[in-house]
Design a protein around this ligand. Structure first.
Ligand SMILES: C[S@@+](CC[C@H](N)C(=O)[O-])C[C@H]1O[C@@H](n2cnc3c(N)ncnc32)[C@H](O)[C@@H]1O
Length: 307
C-alpha cells in the first residue's frame, strides 16, 4: 500500500522565488511541518546558507529531523511558537535574517492523524492542539466556554451563519467528548449539501481558538520587519480569508508612509515605511498543482521586501 506523504508543500517554487535573494543568508522557516519547504530551500542555498526552522508540534520536529539529517550544521530546528520568533532568534544570537517564510495552518499529517482530533472525519477525543504542551484543547473550548462566547468564536473564526444555533445546541448537549459527537450536532442543524461546509467552518473556528492562530500570526508579522535585513523577504501562504486579510492589511500598513488619523481636522502622521509589497494580488496555484494537491486550491501567497 502506498504511504501518503507527511505533507506535500504548496506553491514550493513560487515561495522560494520570492524568498531567496542571498544564497548564503540565514532564513527562517516559521512553519516547518514535514520539512518540504525547508529541504527545497537548503538545496537552493549555497553550503554557507542556513535555516532556522520552527514548529510547535513535537511530531513535526521529530519527523523533519530525520528527513533533514543530511543538512546537519546548516539547520537549527526549534520547537517553538512563531509568535515568539523574535525572542527565539535573540536567544541564539542570530544576525538579521535574509528571509522568513510562513506556510500557515495545519499539515496534512496533523489533519489525517485522527488521534489529533482535528478532523470531522475521524472519531477521536476533541483535541486540535498543535502544541501538546499547551493546556487548552478543543475539549476545553467546546465544554467550558459560555454560549455567547462560543457563538462568537464560530462566527468570527468560522464565518458560520448558524453560529448561535450551533452554540446553543452544543451547550445543551455537553459534555461533547469526541469529534463525531460535535460533527453530529453540526449536521443536525445544517441541511444536506451544506453540512460539509458547515462542518469545515465549525472545526476551523475551534482550531483557530485552541491554537490562538490569528493572534500568533499578528505577533510574528509585527516582529518580522525588525528581524529582516534590508532587502530581506517576508513570504506568507494563507489558506483562508481571515489569515489572508491580516497578511494583506499588515503589508499595506507597513508599506504606508502616513498613518491616517481618521480625523477631519488633524493631518495624517508621517511614518517611515518598513516593507515594499512584491505581490499586488496574491499568487495562487496553477491548475496542475490544484489538481494534484487539493490543499493548494485555497492557498494565497503574499510577499514583501524589507526597505
Ligand atoms: C502547512 S504546515 C507547513 C508545511 C511545510 N511548509 C512543509 O513543506 O511540509 C504548517 C505547520 O506549521 C505549524 N504551525 C502552525 N502554527 C504555528 C505556530 N504559531 N508556531 C509554530 N508552528 C506552527 C504546524 O504545527 C504545522 O506543522
Amino acid at each position: 500500500m502506498a504511504v501518503s506523504p507527511y505533507h506535500t508543500p504548496v506553491l514550493l517554487n513560487e515561495s522560494l522565488e520570492y524568498l531567496v535573494t542571498d544564497p548564503s543568508g540565514v532564513y527562517v522557516d516559521a512553519t516547518l511541518g514535514g520539512g518540504g519547504h525547508t529541504e527545497a530551500l537548503l538545496l537552493r542555498l549555497s553550503p554557507a546558507g542556513r535555516v532556522v526552522a520552527f514548529d510547535q508540534d513535537d511530531e513535526a520536529i521529530a519527523e523533519a529531523k530525520k528527513r533533514l539529517a543530511r543538512f546537519e550544521g546548516r539547520i537549527d530546528l526549534r520547537r517553538a511558537n512563531f509568535g515568539d520568533v523574535a525572542a527565539e532568534l535573540a536567544s541564539i544570537g542570530s544576525a538579521k535574517i535574509a528571509g522568513i517564510l510562513l506556510d500557515l495552518g495545519v499539515s496534512s499529517h496533523q489533519l489525517d492523524d485522527a488521534s489529533r482530533g482535528f478532523s470531522f472525519r475521524g472519531d477521536e477525543r476533541l483535541d486540535m492542539r498543535m502544541d501538546r504542551r499547551s493546556g487548552r484543547s478543543a475539549y476545553d473550548v467546546v465544554n467550558a466556554t459560555d454560549e455567547q462566547e462560543l457563538a462568537r468564536i464560530l462566527w468570527e473564526y468560522g464565518e458560520e451563519r448558524r453560529s448561535r444555533q450551533i452554540a446553543r445546541s452544543i451547550v445543551r448537549q455537553r459534555p461533547v467528548e469526541t469529534t463525531t459527537q460535535l460533527a453530529r450536532i453540526v449536521e443536525s442543524l445544517t441541511p444536506g449539501p451544506t453540512a460539509t461546509k458547515s462542518l469545515a467552518r465549525v472545526f476551523q473556528a475551534i482550531r483557530i481558538e485552541v491554537n490562538q492562530e490569528l493572534e500568533q500570526l499578528r505577533r510574528c508579522l509585527v516582529d518580522a520587519p525588525e528581524l529582516l535585513r534590508p532587502g530581506g523577504r517576508l513570504v506568507v501562504i494563507a489558506y483562508h480569508s481571515l489569515e489572508d486579510r491580516i497578511v494583506k492589511e499588515f503589508i499595506r500598513d507597513a508599506a504606508a508612509d502616513r498613518i491616517p488619523s481618521g480625523s477631519k481636522y488633524l493631518p495624517d502622521e508621517p511614518r517611515t515605511p518598513t516593507l515594499r509589497p512584491l505581490t499586488k494580488k496574491p499568487v495562487v496555484a496553477g491548475p496542475d498543482e490544484e489538481k494534484s494537491n487539493p490543499r493548494a486550491r485555497s492557498a494565497k501567497l503574499r510577499a514583501a521586501e524589507r526597505l
